[in-house]
Write a protein of this length. Structure first.
Length: 559
């Protein structure tokens, strides 16, 4: 087998990868659009009622001997009978986001990221939590046998310090409610320059009987895509619940698996085990980080197209007049590696690099390091490409030498074909003797292509997953490296560079292979019309440097 055939197989692998991406887009498009339409209709029809997702009735919560609420008696929904909290809305605005809370249960019902623009309407911010275009809520409350404040209870505003404290750069909102002999005082804290919202709940037994309450914290979301429909890229990224624990590490539980019951719906964490629950979507995540104490993570299907991931925190038994304080953190923002790592162990894993994470993660680390010095992701990609070409140069040089020698012996190979005709066995033997005499490695020319395929796919996922590059400009007409080139200039340059490369290679003796290699630049340029501009930029620079290297080495070994 000569190097051209292996090269063609390598090209086929990349082509199949591209076709798979398109197939994924088409197979998910109808489902996503139907889900979005269903939820939108429910919102419009029922926007003044509520969704029961954790029982508000004390009789529905069974307290066992250890004081934990039985998961078997967690509530089931009676359908999407309402998607918008009916209480008073309290708006909070920081330098990074605008949030809206409802006095009904203290629910977070809206959160817009002010520094990230919507991909469909750049004049508007990205909206995570919402009850209009789609459903996305954070809810919490107390479960107790005699009743307790839940996300359906009406809270009163105790303190509303929505001006930043100059000493701490913190704003706060304090709510209070009491029900069934339990008083719940909730304080939200918002810090300048941070996407983290701290929620502190003080649970007090104001009755005469001893109580064993359980706190719950829940993220509720529909299964629609963030922009209402999948694109070529968003269709290949995960949307849905996930969790992390020290024992099981990072784990996704898809909406489909929850519906089909393919996954266990409950995980119990040990007393000192760290962990969190999250809802993931392309570029962004909402994660509830709970304290390292005994607790349980649960995934549930609430109704058609509506799902939840929640945490149950059993509290110690409270005598009359006793209280307990629980503190959790909600991170709702971009999948920025540095920010995620600073919040909780394992949270950076929500940034999905695909099945080549072991390669993609170091590539992004190096790319981010370069960016810290240059301040432009486009130029950082170019420098990264040059560094990778430098690392692979010994392999590339050996390949180009082999290809140059192959080009020199092309007339001899043609003579062997004419001499042996259809006798393939004798032809292969004669060719192997020729390779041995001329000291040619017939596989040498394909090695750089085979090595670059994992790097290419890894960089594809880096550009696909990195919120840091979302909307990042390079120069001129490239205003967003994570989106396709709007004028297709880079794909055209790439096609021309591939054509020039093909002319530097020895001509394939097989007419069919020759035609395939002739049309390959055009085929690849069409594929690259839909790839992120940053990925095409990498490939263009890679090709241009390869052309220069190959031209020099070919001239050196020319006869």
């Amino acid at each position: 087998m000569d190097y051209r055939r292996i090269s063609l197989w390598a090209v086929l692998v990349v082509s199949l990868f591209v076709m798979w991406q398109n197939w994924m887009m088409m197979s998910t498009k109808n489902q996503a659009q139907k889900a979005s339409a269903s939820v939108s209709a429910s919102v419009k029809a029922n926007e003044n009622s509520t969704i029961p997702s954790v029982s508000a009735n004390a009789s529905n919560a069974v307290v066992n001997a250890t004081g934990a609420a039985s998961t078997a008696n967690l509530p089931t929904s009676n359908g999407v009978d309402g998607l918008k909290p009916s209480g008073e809305v309290i708006a909070v605005k920081t330098d990074l986001y605008e949030a809206r809370f409802s006095t009904q249960g203290g629910q977070l019902q809206y959160l817009a990221l002010l520094t990230h623009k919507d991909s469909q309407d750049p004049t508007q911010p990205v909206v995570l939590f919402d009850t209009h275009k789609h459903l996305y809520l954070m809810q919490s409350g107390v479960i107790a046998a005699q009743g307790a404040p839940t996300h359906k209870t009406t809270f009163s505003v105790v303190q509303n310090d929505l001006d930043f404290n100059p000493a701490t750069n913190v704003r706060s909102l304090t709510l209070h409610a009491s029900e069934g002999g339990i008083a719940l005082t909730r304080q939200y804290q918002f810090t300048r320059g941070s996407y983290a919202i701290t929620q502190t709940d003080t649970i007090k037994n104001i009755g005469t009987a001893t109580v064993a309450p359980t706190m719950y914290y829940q993220l509720l979301r529909d299964d629609s895509y963030p922009d209402g429909k999948p694109s070529m890229f968003s269709s290949t990224t995960y949307v849905g619940p996930s969790f992390y624990s020290d024992n099981e590490k990072f784990h996704k539980v898809s909406f489909e698996d929850i519906t089909k019951g393919n996954e266990k719906n409950s995980r119990k964490l040990a007393q000192n085990e760290s962990g969190w629950i999250a809802m993931i979507q392309h570029y962004f995540v909402a994660a509830l980080i709970t304290p390292p104490q005994a607790r349980e993570f649960i995934t549930k299907k609430i109704s058609d197209h509506v799902f939840s991931v929640l945490t149950l925190l059993p509290l110690p038994t409270l005598l009359s007049g006793e209280e307990k304080i629980e503190k959790v953190t909600l991170y709702a923002g971009p999948q920025d590696s540095t920010m995620l790592e600073a919040q909780a162990p394992g949270l950076e894993l929500v940034k999905d690099y695909g099945w080549l994470t072991v390669i993609a993660k170091p590539i992004f680390w190096l790319l981010a390091l370069i960016h810290s010095g240059l301040g432009n992701w486009g130029w950082s990609i170019i420098v990264l490409t040059l560094l990778l070409k430098g690392v692979f140069y010994p392999l590339s040089a050996a390949s180009y030498k082999s290809m140059a020698r192959m080009k020199n012996v092309a007339p001899k190979m043609q003579a062997l074909r004419e001499r042996h005709g259809d006798d393939k066995m004798k032809l292969n033997q004669a060719m192997m003797e020729l390779y041995k005499t001329e000291k040619i490695n017939p596989l040498g020319g394909c090695l750089p292509i085979l090595v670059q395929i994992p790097v290419f796919i890894s960089l594809y996922w880096v550009l696909l997953a990195s919120a840091e590059m979302r909307g990042a400009p390079w120069l001129g007409w490239i205003h967003n490296l994570s989106a396709p080139d709007p004028y297709y200039i880079l794909p055209v340059i790439m096609a021309v560079s591939m054509f020039v490369q093909s002319k530097l290679n020895p001509p394939p003796p097989d007419p069919m292979q020759a035609k395939l290699m002739l049309y390959m630049p055009l085929v690849f340029s069409i594929f690259f019309f839909f790839f992120p501009a940053g990925l095409v930029l990498y490939w263009v620079v890679n090709n241009l440097v390869s052309i220069a290297q190959q031209w020099v080495i070919t001239k050196r070994y020319a006869t």
